[in-house]
Design a protein around this ligand. Structure first.
Ligand SMILES: *[C@@H]1O[C@H](CO)[C@@H](O)[C@H](O)[C@H]1NC(C)=O
Ligand SMILES: *[C@@H]1O[C@H](CO)[C@@H](O)[C@H](O)[C@H]1NC(C)=O
Ligand SMILES: *[C@@H]1O[C@H](CO)[C@@H](O)[C@H](O)[C@H]1NC(C)=O
Length: 336
């Protein structure tokens, strides 16, 4: 009796140790500069930035070697023929075998006309509120946005209106559109603000995400929408995750923003990122409070992403001139 009790106590301690080790692995707080230090550094740097063509080439080459973004970022007929097994990158052991039912849903080949020149990746950070960056964003050749953000008139000045690629998490389809099991009209209508862009969905990442994603595909196809559905390739997502893990980002899963930046670094000649600011006070001398998103202040599920770590990676790329992080106000309109 007491022996068994002792053994079960031991295993509880062992489990606790493993948990603590995992904790330090996932949240290596000690390796990061403090929040205030980061905000200070960014504030001191201000708008100084110089493009580094060497850095841009180095990163494009590194990403090409690990992840081949131009060919692999989406599931295509070319990289996923019938019979191909797609292993879900967000599950331990789950796969989808491409069949004659799913194959016709894939685009033939990479649909982007490469190379893209000036790309912007727009994160949804509250730092964009009252930034006046809309015009700058709209001037880019290719605009990528995260997770079906609102683009109504009241945000136009700050985030712009044009979109060429927008990601959509299946969980949004579930929450906002009842998994498309009821009316599809609200979904199709709300997609109109994205014009004729690509909608990029991780359909083969988490098991519950597949059906809503396929329904989103059919909803758009049945409504002859101008949007083109692209399913994120789980192989690409996994290899990009490994790439950043090797550089010190220890999240269970990268944020959509970092996936998009990786894609942009792989296919664009110049990348600027807006709205990436995971801190509660703004850069600049006044350090004003910053909301979580430009459109609301709802906090995400905390344990999932490693936002400050991701920010530090992006900031390093910024200081080396490989991409430009825009975190402050944009230049006001001439004469206006
Ligand atoms: C430009 O990028 C390369 C490669 O990342 C780096 O070694 C170099 O230091 C960068 N130059 C400047 C001025 O930051
Ligand atoms: C798919 O293949 C199966 C058997 O190979 C066949 O019975 C079925 O009709 C096919 N479905 C379509 C949509 O072609
Ligand atoms: C698709 O685009 C065309 C031309 O821009 C527009 O006239 C049409 O209304 C759009 N269709 C939908 C479903 O939004």
């Amino acid at each position: 009796m007491s022996g068994r009790c002792y053994r079960s106590k031991l295993s509880v301690w062992a489990a606790l140790c493993v948990l603590v080790l995992c904790w330090f692995y996932i949240f290596p707080v000690y390796r990061l500069p403090s929040y205030e230090e980061i905000v200070d550094e960014v504030s001191r740097q201000g708008h100084v930035w110089q493009k580094n063509n060497t850095g841009i080439h180095v990163y494009r080459k590194l990403l090409k070697e690990c992840c081949d973004p131009p060919r692999m970022f989406a599931v295509t007929k070319e990289n996923s023929p019938i019979g191909k097994v797609l292993w879900y990158d967000g599950e331990l052991y789950h796969s989808h075998t491409v069949s004659n039912e799913t194959y016709p849903l894939f685009v033939q080949d990479n649909p982007l006309r490469l190379p893209l020149k000036k790309c912007v990746v727009v994160g949804n950070g509250g730092v964009l509120r009252h930034s006046g960056c809309g015009r700058e964003i709209d001037e880019a050749d290719f605009v990528m946005r995260c997770n079906l953000p609102p683009l109504s008139k009241k945000y136009m000045e700050d985030v712009g209106t044009r979109t060429h690629l927008v990601t959509a998490n299946p969980s949004i389809i579930e929450k906002r559109f009842q998994s498309l099991l009821w009316s599809r009209r609200a979904f199709v209508e709300s997609m109109r603000v994205y014009g004729s862009s690509y909608i990029y969905m991780p359909a083969f990442s988490m098991r519950p995400g597949t059906e809503p994603s396929l329904r989103a595909y059919y909803a758009l196809a049945d409504a002859s929408s101008n949007l083109t559905m692209l399913f994120a390739n789980p192989e690409f997502l996994r290899s990009v995750g490994k790439f950043w893990k090797g550089r010190g980002v220890h999240a269970r899963r990268l944020s959509t923003g970092l996936f998009l930046v990786s894609l942009a670094l792989g296919v664009c000649e110049e990348v600027t990122a807006y709205g990436f600011w995971p801190f509660a006070t703004g850069p600049g001398p006044d350090q004003r409070p910053v909301r979580h998103h430009y459109y609301d202040n709802i906090l995400p599920y905390k344990w999932f992403h490693a936002m400050p770590e991701e920010f530090m990676q992006l900031w390093r790329l910024h200081t080396s001139g490989t991409l430009r992080m825009h975190v402050g106000q944009c230049q006001p309109r001439d004469g206006g």
